[in-house]
Design a protein around this ligand. Structure first.
Ligand SMILES: Nc1ncnc2c1ncn2[C@@H]1O[C@H](COP(=O)(O)OP(=O)(O)OP(=O)(O)O)[C@@H](O)[C@H]1O
Length: 333
């Protein structure tokens, strides 16, 4: 593929990437900073319209640089991309973004701050400003607090106001860079709820995060970055399916249980100690495969193996991410 940079303004091919219904498409998108550091390395991304797309990765993995390229704030070194099926410059009026929080005046009300923010946009019509601001405040649930000074807003309200600033005007795509960073648990909940509400109106939301639980709770799709490279990409369900479920049997007869499970054809049978439990009890685990847990239980009992407990452990997204990125994630929202 020919390397085309957004900065060079070279046209996409006959069919621009993203013409088929994706909100964002990137092909081979690369950013090498002066000094040789490759922040984003040949990124191929497809963000379906209508999705809440989690852009997940540890700090420094290239998320902000990618977002800055998508918004035309930094020029790619190589690769091509489209936003809402077209060139970024054409799409931008339909894109709301929160990259670095807007600077709000503490002594002005939320509404007055939005008015100043809106006035700075040369493309926005003055005649419709009041309606635009009222709608944005309504959308983030700040209508009742519109007249309150910004300095008296809670952290969650401040971030909701920042999102309102990104929603001035009709937006088809909202790009949020770490929108819950620095928020308290209440503020985090408010932002998550707001993101889901915005998405339920049909707006595509592309949200970066280093918090796994956050992406799991609010996103339909995710991409996982590691050191500038994409290591996984798909629906949350398909990413979750990346690791096999295991059955875990607690029993005083570990050799017997292991033999029964192996006899039934289960793979990767392991015997583990149980910390703090009866010294005679052991945990026998195996890949569940297509077996019904209740049939396994019946087979164990029929063959004289005492079963103290049987559970199926579904792999968490965290297991998948740790395996892919080689790093632990903050799992607390
Ligand atoms: N202007 C710059 N000049 C040189 N290197 C940069 C620049 N901006 C970012 N980098 C480097 O590029 C890499 C990716 O940074 P980036 O900010 O995109 O990651 P991130 O995943 O968004 O992390 P964070 O959440 O910490 O911002 C990092 O190693 C960073 O130090």
């Amino acid at each position: 593929m020919t390397a085309v940079t957004h900065e060079a303004g070279a046209p996409f091919g006959a069919a621009p990437p993203g013409a088929g219904g994706e909100a964002i498409v990137t092909r081979g998108l690369t950013k090498r900073f002066r000094g040789g550091q490759v922040a984003v390395d040949a990124l191929d991304l497809a963000v379906p319209r209508g999705s809440v797309f989690g852009f997940l990765g540890p700090n420094g993995s290239g998320k902000t640089t990618t977002i800055r390229m998508l918004l035309g704030l930094v020029a790619p070194t190589a690769g091509e991309f489209s936003v809402l099926g077209t060139r970024p410059a054409e799409a931008l009026p339909r894109v709301g973004a929160l990259v670095e929080g807007p600077a709000f005046y503490p002594y002005l009300s939320g509404e007055a701050n939005l008015r100043r923010f809106d006035a700075a946009d040369p493309t926005a019509s003055r005649g419709t400003a009041a309606r635009r601001i009222a709608e944005a405040l309504e959308r983030v649930g700040l209508t009742a607090a519109a007249g309150k000074r910004y300095r008296n807003y809670s952290l969650g309200m401040r971030q909701r106001l920042a999102i309102a600033a990104a929603l001035l005007g009709p937006r088809e795509l909202l790009i949020l860079d770490e929108p819950t960073n620095g928020l308290d648990p209440q503020g985090t909940r408010e932002v998550r709820t707001l993101v889901k509400e915005i998405a339920s109106d049909g707006t595509t939301v592309f949200v970066s995060s280093h918090l796994l639980a956050e992406v799991e709770q609010m996103c339909t799709h995710a991409a996982i970055m590691r050191a500038g490279r994409l290591v996984a990409h798909g629906t949350i369900a398909s990413l979750n399916a990346g690791t096999a479920a295991r059955v875990r049997v607690e029993t005083p007869d570990a050799p017997g249980a292991a033999q029964v499970l192996r006899g039934l054809g289960l793979a990767d049978v392991r015997v583990e100690e149980i910390d703090g439990a009866d010294a005679r009890a052991r945990l026998v685990s195996a890949e569940l495969g297509g077996h019904a847990p209740e049939r396994l239980n019946a087979a164990l009992v029929e063959q004289g193996v005492a079963v103290r407990g049987l559970a199926v452990a579904r792999p968490s997204l965290e297991d998948v991410f740790v395996r892919l990125t080689g790093e632990g994630f903050d799992v607390d929202g």
